[in-house]
Design a protein around this ligand. Structure first.
Ligand code: PLP
Length: 430
């Protein structure tokens, strides 16, 4: 027997993705079979991977009053939300559209928190009507508007103020959110003032405090620093007579894309909770808003090699997935591993792996060693977060299909878009 058949260790960071008998699998299913059956590009998610990522947080918070709110912008497909809703999660939303997705997936609105710098009155009204847990308010102006909307609706809006602890998360500038120059949150220095104002407004009830310092954080120190800064604020806000019932530390924990070594969620929270205990806040209600770390390494994107195009300076491997399916490389120069579904016993060449979109920015990986031929299938790894949820129709490309694997079963959770879908809302001139 092939030894890989017995142990089948997963790929780094992705224990649910593994080669068996020379063929890449997610859980018990061969990805080549899924590619043939459902076509490419195809997103494939592992339910077990999502639940095991969630379990690490649940272990970390065992015995505490805590609510894990999945930051659904990472992957907002209804069936993915269903997996987390059934596991007891709440949701961190950033738009009224996301709220409707939570409701459509059977999520509990009483476990929804609403973040974002630009909430409209209509979005606030809808969130009040369905009874969300809390608005994470991001500016002083938003406090005034939210209070007015709540008074008009005859309701009280529970609020937390997102404070900006001015901590460097040591990540890519586009995904760092807790520094002074960022558009997010209320400056540390103004937070007490904002809390006094919130407490005085008729439509608001102050219930918590929150922060979120960035994404793909791979070190513990930014979390520890931000926690100290937030707890300092809680002390001064409560000294001013405004009780803070919950503390929300946001999301941002990184994943292993390419040898990254972020702390494990349970180990990280063991440390953070020890600090909370030391500072006398251990019995508070905690909230967290993880996104990427729950879904990023639960997904892969399958793609077919269309052409090999050797060149003087570069060889190109042109695939049928593009920046409209996998926007992270173009947006953040992000790295995704790219591996064959059925590795060939041939010498590898170095390729730039690119899509068909008419942009030089449409690349998926630079300088990759691959032994491939046209017609082969590849998997772009770590594609569960900020891929499908950011996908577009640029170049009139239909968005990919999505399937969810659960053991040896597969569920189509999103049919491939048709071209007719793309211009259904458009009108010809008379
Ligand atoms: C995006 C976002 C998150 C989730 O970030 P991840 O890096 O995906 O964990 C959490 N909270 C807020 C407010 C966000 O905007």
């Amino acid at each position: 027997m092939n030894p890989s058949q017995i142990s089948a260790p997963g790929l780094p960071g992705q224990p649910h993705v593994a080669y068996r008998n020379g063929s890449l699998h997610v859980e018990d299913l061969a990805l080549a079979d899924l590619a043939h059956e459902h076509g490419t590009p195809l997103f494939v998610y592992s339910k077990a991977a999502m639940l095991s990522a969630l379990a690490a947080y649940q272990r970390g918070f065992a015995g505490r009053k805590a609510l894990i709110c999945y930051a659904m912008k990472a992957n907002s497909s209804l069936a993915v939300l269903q997996v987390f809703a059934r596991a007891g999660c709440g949701f961190d939303i950033v738009s009224g559209g996301e709220l409707d997705r939570v409701l459509a997936a059977g999520g509990d609105p009483a476990k929804v928190i609403f973040s974002g710098v630009g909430k409209t009155c209509a979005e606030m009204r809808r969130a009040l009507d369905v009874g969300i847990a809390c608005f994470n308010v991001e500016s002083e102006a938003e406090l005034e508007v939210l209070s007015a909307v709540a008074v008009q609706a005859g309701k009280t809006a529970r609020v937390s103020i997102r404070v900006n602890p001015n901590v460097d998360p040591k990540t890519h500038p586009y995904i760092s959110t807790g520094l002074k120059g960022n558009k997010f949150g209320v400056a540390h220095e103004r937070a007490l003032l904002a809390y006094r104002r919130a407490a005085s407004l008729p439509g608001l009830e102050v219930v918590g405090i929150d922060c979120h310092i960035g994404s793909q954080i791979t070190q513990e120190s930014p979390y520890l620093d931000a926690m100290d800064r937030v707890l300092d604020l809680v002390e001064s806000i409560e000294m001013a007579g405004i009780p803070i019932h919950h503390i929300d530390f946001g999301g941002g924990l990184g994943i292993d894309y390419n040898g990254d070594t972020p702390p494990q969620a349970d180990a990280l929270w063991k440390q953070l909770l020890a600090k909370l205990d030391t500072r006398g806040f251990g019995d508070r209600q905690f909230m967290i808003e993880p996104g990427r770390s729950l879904v990023g390494n639960a997904g892969v994107c399958l793609t077919e090699v269309l052409y090999l195009k050797p060149g003087e300076q570069k060889n190109f491997c042109i695939i049928d997935a593009a920046m409209n399916d996998l926007p992270r490389p173009a947006m953040y120069q992000a790295f995704h591993q790219i591996v064959p579904l059925s590795p060939r016993n041939e010498d590898a060449s170095v390729y730039d792996v690119v899509g068909p979109v008419c942009e030089s920015g449409d690349w998926i990986g630079h300088d990759r060693q691959l032994a491939v031929q046209a017609g082969d299938h590849l998997a772009v790894l770590s594609a569960g977060a900020y891929c499908m949820s950011m996908a577009s129709n640029y170049n009139t490309r239909a968005r990919a299909a999505e399937v969810l694997v659960d053991g040896d079963k597969v569920h189509v959770i999103r049919a491939r878009e048709t071209i007719a879908d793309l211009f259904r809302q458009e009108k010809l001139l008379p």
